[in-house]
Design a binder for this molecule. Structure first.
Ligand SMILES: [Cu+2]
Length: 581
């Protein structure tokens, strides 16, 4: 796809004109010029640009509300799913209701054409986990129990379900379908987190509660084994018990180095406290380090969890020995989310170093920095240049009782000096509160979808109205405008082993290379977001050789997007490459 090559246009306003009262009251519009699909203004190079994604009829719709979204490997298509139990007349787009009157709640959305392809699936999938298997299939474990009544005929209880989405061979993802397996998990799970392990075989299904109607916490982890095609173990964890009734999509990140005995080390966190745990090859668990709430610097406010802020591990880089560090943006005021439209939101970003030395020495210290304003129910998207875009969410309230939508995109540069890491970029005009999503596409733009609630009325006697958001947007970060982005011409391998060399030819200038995982995101938690910089061993004449990451603790086996960069500007289109053991 031919993207922008436009150079910046000069602003039309002269300084003299800007000094007059008339022009100050009504500033002249920036000069614009057409460049490919985009209207470029000088402002875009600083602030980026929002675009509504339209289909060939000019409509913007994902078909079903994208509460959950997973980028499908070797494509730009995304698998999305929502919930069954809503008023069908308002929540579903034309063509998304089956012959028996039951709404369909899953689809493949193609952001390049704006079209969606409805998929059938009858195991209620609201609030599953989501992650990719090493072969690229998407696994969604757990779900909800609104099944079999007037609004959901033909559906069965999905809380102990496993669902695998796969494409035909040969074939495309939009021609694929779900394989559903009921009653697989040993516990019913609503809001579990999923994570693929470095062995490429085990996927963790962590925490959750029993259902929307029974908020008893489920303080255990189950392990799905791809080779054995089922759940092979379940263990109760003390740290999850400590999270009590709020084990809703806990953060679970694999640390990029092995523990004693080849254990996988995992950071688990919820609201204001967490732990580092060891998972042995025989599926036994032990807690290695405690990260108590007493260390958390923002009392009465949670960081990342399902209804709160958003989090990610920063890009892992060879120059720092792949030192891990986690960042969380915003969050919510502790307590029960009753009707309090004006509850303040957490106005800080929190960072925690999780490099091997810090973890082994039991040295955990949160660094905190002010955000432009308080925000929750937001989504962060890690860019190929290691910086982060933050979109969606609200400035006040929580879940169904939120107001003052946060329309600004923010750019966060983790390497800038503290106090100058946030830049406010362009604003959308679409409210996206709870149940919205955002993810990185292979062209390095951001796909933004979803949201189910309107603005809270502050009249607690009447329910906040549903506002089902089917429109999809693309946010183009500033590097889309006025920068020279390289293009990948060829890659010597579609699959590569850890530590292997891969040859790439390209046009333009290239100074860096990175791998990015495909997103699997819901409820502010991208369970499959990971970025790794690659070592470049030679680079001249439009050809370079990169070394794949040295081991699977750094990033688990599976499909990755290979991006080349010119400084902070990523290539126009990533190449997909599958890492294998
Ligand atoms: Cu939810």
């Amino acid at each position: 796809m031919e993207l922008l090559r436009a150079t910046l246009v000069k602003p039309v306003a002269t300084q003299e004109a800007a000094d007059t009262c008339a022009s100050a009251a009504q500033p002249p519009a920036p000069e614009t010029r057409q460049a490919g699909d985009y209207i470029v203004t000088e402002r875009d190079a600083k602030a980026g640009q929002w675009q509504l994604i339209r289909n060939k009829d000019g409509r913007s719709s994902t078909g079903v509300v994208a509460i959950h979204a997973a980028l499908l490997p070797e494509s730009s298509q995304v698998l999305i799913w929502a919930r069954v139990h809503m008023d069908g007349s308002r929540s579903y787009e034309p063509g998304v209701v089956a012959a028996d009157g039951a709404p369909e709640v899953t689809a493949v959305f193609d952001p390049t054409s704006g079209e969606y392809f409805v998929k059938q699936q009858r195991l209620t999938p609201f609030c599953t986990g989501g992650s990719h298997l090493a072969d690229g299939r998407v696994l969604a474990a757990g779900g909800d129990d609104f099944a079999g009544d007037r609004l959901s005929p033909g559906y069965t209880d999905g809380r102990r379900g496993l669902r695998l989405y796969q494409k035909p061979t040969p074939g495309r993802w939009d021609q694929g379908g779900w394989n559903t397996l009921a009653n697989q998990l040993r516990e019913p799970r609503w809001y579990p987190t999923q994570t693929l392990m470095p062995d490429g075989v085990r996927t963790l299904v962590v925490g959750g509660t029993r259902s929307q109607n029974d908020t008893t916490a489920v303080p255990s982890v189950e392990i799905y084994n791809t080779n054995q095609r089922g759940i092979v173990s379940m263990s109760t964890l003390a740290v999850l018990q400590r999270f009590r009734n709020f084990i809703l999509y806990p953060l679970v990140y694999t640390l990029p180095y092995a523990g004693a005995g080849g254990a996988t080390q995992l950071f688990m966190f919820n609201c204001d406290n967490g732990a580092v745990l060891n998972l042995a090859p025989d599926n036994t668990w032990s807690q290695y380090r405690d990260i108590p709430a007493s260390l958390w610097p923002t009392p009465n406010f949670c960081g990342a969890m399902s209804m709160a802020g958003t989090a990610t591990m920063l890009m892992l880089e060879p120059a720092s020995g792949y030192a891990a560090e986690v960042v969380m943006f915003g969050g919510y005021r502790r307590g029960n989310p009753q009707c309090e439209c004006d509850l303040p939101t957490n106005a800080y970003a929190h960072r925690l170093k999780l490099d091997k030395r810090s973890v082994d020495n039991n040295q955990f210290a949160w660094a905190r920095e002010a955000m432009p304003y308080g925000r929750n129910m937001n989504d962060d998207v890690l860019l190929p240049n290691g910086q982060i875009i933050i979109v969606n969410g609200a400035k006040n309230g929580v879940i169904a009782n939120a107001r003052n939508a946060a329309h600004d995109a923010w750019l966060y540069n983790p390497k800038a000096a503290a106090g100058s890491r946030f830049t406010t970029l362009a604003a959308t005009n679409i409210n996206r509160y709870y149940h919205s999503t955002a993810l990185l596409l292979p062209d390095a733009s951001i796909l933004v979808m979803g949201s189910e609630y309107g603005s809270c009325s502050r009249s607690c006697a009447s329910r906040t109205p549903w506002e089902f958001q089917h429109r999809a947007e693309r946010f183009l970060p500033p590097y889309f405008f006025g920068t020279s982005r390289p293009g990948i011409s060829s890659v010597s391998a579609k699959e590569a082993r850890y530590g292997a060399s891969v040859d790439v030819t390209y046009s333009g200038t290239v100074t860096r290379a990175v791998l990015m995982t495909p997103a699997a995101v819901t409820h502010q938690n991208n369970m499959n977001q990971r970025a790794v910089e690659l070592l470049i061993s030679s680079n001249s004449g439009g050809a370079l050789t990169v070394r794949m990451p040295p081991n699977p603790y750094i990033t688990a086996p599976g499909w990755h997007m290979l991006f080349l960069l010119n400084g902070d500007g990523p290539c126009t289109q990533a190449s997909w490459i599958r890492l294998r053991l």
